[in-house]
Design a protein around this ligand. Structure first.
Ligand SMILES: [Zn+2]
Length: 471
């Protein structure tokens, strides 16, 4: 069953990718979108849209922004849900009290089409790297991408369409993703699988302010990192996303202290992957150790630990020579009274088949932690069939058999809604405890347009600023 699902996803994308390979000359190694092809606008009424030092892909050409998909682009292929599945959906929203649902962890992906500025490593499309190609193919196919020439636009259209099917429109935190950087501060494209520019997610959010909240990604080794933080804060961005395992930063590095102090001063939170990383090429799993995040916390930064450390084990830095599960280290951090007001966990992919259902039980039991948990989907991963299997949760007692069938049905219609309803439905096999509504609604750290300075403050950079590194 799992193999068939993966095969279906793969074959759906391999055909268009093969067509693309024939239609286009092979990508030059590490070719990246160049400034000249993007027609970056000069100043706009709000200043340079997403214009950040060292970020030439700061903005979309005007024609791209105008042609961005609207929420009204409803999908036509979704069959109506059965009454039982519809009732399960309604139950998932019943106790939200009219509050907007929040998904704090939504990836934006693409191949760099339509002037998005996205960089995708040639390895993701190379027949010489079959696993990378298959992985990228499966993920993009599951995200509704059928035409490589419109991949970035189709990805966003699909996401908006999925969101528009929610009974109460959700707010989705869309994540930028900075390049890996070398210890010397250079962009390391050799080891960067993809890059999603801050300017792209900012423009998406400006085009769809009721749905998207921009989450930027700034590598602290970027020589322009502090200026980028200032500019992003002035544009209302409240959260920075890191995936240390893949981006190559050690959150405990003392040389990042000025970066953390700036984040704390600007009121920015850090949404940081914790635990092992399996989706993006990872150079160093040690960097997913939750204990490394003490440094930003001690300097006053609010931290959201993505996935609640729910994968793999790390060195227990408090007991040298020992190892501990990352989830245990996440709990140790959450239980540290010093961090009670500033440390949160997102529950994205906690119901993933490959992850421990024991951790899910623990979090359901720990009602004291529920006010500090935030819903996230890690979309598009819930759309990849093999990764989340309601059947496994049913067998472990988190769902009834009927709920499993209904969730399978919801998933076929809308994997983003499925992820939300699944986590609202599952219950502790023994106690029946569920995650409360507060986990699933808007969170102050993920506010955006209410930033008082948002409308008034122009970006601090010039559109004609030189672009180090050519990205
Ligand atoms: Zn993620």
């Amino acid at each position: 069953m799992q193999a068939r699902s993966l095969f279906t996803a793969l074959s759906a994308l391999l055909i268009p990718l093969a067509a693309e390979a024939q239609a286009a000359p092979p990508a030059k190694a590490h070719a990246i979108p160049q400034e000249s092809s993007r027609a970056i606008p000069q100043a706009t009424p709000r200043g340079l849209s997403g214009g950040l030092p060292g970020d030439s892909s700061a903005s979309l050409p005007p024609h791209v922004s105008k042609s961005m998909p609207r929420p009204s682009d409803k999908r036509r292929d979704a069959a109506p849900l059965s009454p039982g599945a519809q009732a399960l959906v309604e139950r998932a929203f019943a106790d939200l009290g009219g509050r907007k649902p929040l998904d704090c962890h939504v990836h934006i992906l693409g191949l760099g089409t339509g002037g998005s500025g996205v960089y995708a490593s040639p390895a993701l499309r190379s027949w010489l790297r079959p696993w990378s190609r298959l992985k990228a193919g499966a993920v993009l196919a599951a995200s509704g991408v059928t035409d490589p020439a419109r991949a970035d636009q189709q990805y966003v259209e699909r996401l908006l369409s999925l969101a528009s099917d929610f009974p109460v429109p959700p707010r989705l935190a869309v994540l930028a993703f900075d390049c890996r950087h070398t210890p010397g501060g250079e962009r390391d494209l050799e080891r960067t699988e993809f890059r999603i520019p801050d300017g792209y997610v900012l423009d998406l959010a400006r085009s769809h302010p009721d749905t998207f909240v921009p989450v930027a990604s700034v590598h602290p080794r970027d020589p322009h990192a502090l200026a980028r933080l200032e500019s992003l804060a002035a544009q209302g961005v409240r959260v920075i996303k890191w995936l240390p395992n893949a981006q190559g930063m050690d959150p405990s590095d003392p040389s990042f202290d000025p970066f953390y102090r700036a984040m704390a001063r600007l009121g920015m939170a850090l949404l940081c992957h914790t635990g092992h990383e399996a989706s993006v090429a990872s150079a160093d799993q040690r960097l997913g150790n939750p204990l490394l995040l003490r440094r930003p916390l001690d300097l006053g930064v609010t931290v959201v630990m993505a996935h609640a450390g729910n994968r793999g084990s790390s060195e227990d830095l408090d007991h040298p020579g020992r190892r501990a599960r990352n989830f245990e280290l996440f709990l140790r951090m959450m239980d540290d009274p010093r961090y009670a007001g500033r440390l949160y966990g997102d529950i994205s992919m906690l119901a993933q088949t490959a992850r421990s259902t024991g951790d899910l039980k623990t979090l359901l039991e720990r009602a004291d932690l529920h006010p500090r948990l935030i819903n996230g989907s890690d979309y598009p991963l819930p759309a990849v069939d093999i990764l989340v299997q309601p059947r496994v949760l049913w067998l472990a007692g988190f769902l009834t058999e009927r709920e499993r069938r209904q969730l399978d049905e919801i998933r076929r219609a809308n994997p983003l809604l499925f992820d939300f309803v699944l986590k609202r439905t599952l219950r502790h096999p023994k106690t029946g405890a569920r995650f409360p509504a507060s986990v699933f609604v808007e969170h102050p750290a993920f506010a955006w347009r209410d930033a008082p300075e948002f409308e008034a403050t122009p970006a601090v950079t010039s559109a004609s600023a030189p672009i180090p590194g050519g990205l």
